[in-house]
Design a protein around this ligand. Structure first.
Ligand code: 5GP
Length: 198
């Protein structure tokens, strides 16, 4: 159990297929105070995904209503689908827990505008060849989707400098150790600012 003055919000962004889901689960297992923010999406569920656990799967109509009612902290269109983080969930959860967000660079930019949020922004990167083989191995997307996700890599990495930390994911264990250090430094000694890139 870590003792920090304030609860933290950790954003983990990466090009699709870098191993983020595994890392997110490892973080939650180790740090029991972390809750994963469950996003809303208009994407169809994959065979292994559970509504309310992996995402809240909603129609485009419902998503649009939530936008119009200003219910989101952030939302973005990614690969023809919409994804977003509800304000209510975050505001309630952060009172008692740290929160982990698996969102893209567009959402990160929008959340950063709320200067009252205690955000720690981490960008995970891998090399392109490794990414391609991961996307194919994962076998959860059609060829067309794999192509789209792979092609978005160049656009995605243009935004790395909006983040506090960049981690090169050569190996998941090593990557996890770096995330542990980031979490611990920010929970135990949040004033040691030289750890950040900005
Ligand atoms: P996937 O369809 O593979 O689950 O996710 C595609 C992308 O959407 C990933 O890069 C993921 O980080 C991002 N994403 C998931 N939820 C959200 C969200 O609520 N907001 C934003 N901006 N991106 C999200």
């Amino acid at each position: 159990m870590l003792h920090g003055k304030e609860n933290i919000m950790v954003i983990l962004s990466s090009p699709s297929g870098v191993g983020k889901t595994t890392l997110t689960k490892k973080i939650q297992q180790k740090y029991k105070n972390f809750k994963i923010s469950v996003s809303h999406t208009t994407r169809t569920p994959r065979s292994n995904e559970v509504d309310g656990v992996d995402y809240h799967f909603v129609s485009k109509k419902k998503f649009k209503e939530l936008i119009d009612e200003k219910k989101f902290y952030e939302h973005a269109k990614i690969f023809e689908n919409y994804y977003g983080t509800l304000k209510k969930y975050v505001d309630e959860t952060i009172k008692e827990n740290d929160i982990l967000f698996d969102i893209d660079w567009q959402g990160t930019k929008q959340l950063s505008k709320y200067t009252n949020l205690n955000l720690i922004k981490i960008y995970l990167i891998t090399n392109k060849a490794e990414l391609k083989s991961r996307l194919i191995k994962r076998n959860q997307n059609t060829d067309e989707e794999i192509k789209k996700r792979f092609n978005s890599f160049d656009e995605d990495i243009l935004h790395w400098n909006d983040y506090d930390y960049i981690i090169i994911n050569k190996n998941l264990e090593n990557c996890f150790r770096q995330i542990e250090k980031i979490i611990e430094i920010n929970k135990i000694a949040p004033n040691i600012s030289f750890q950040k890139t900005q």
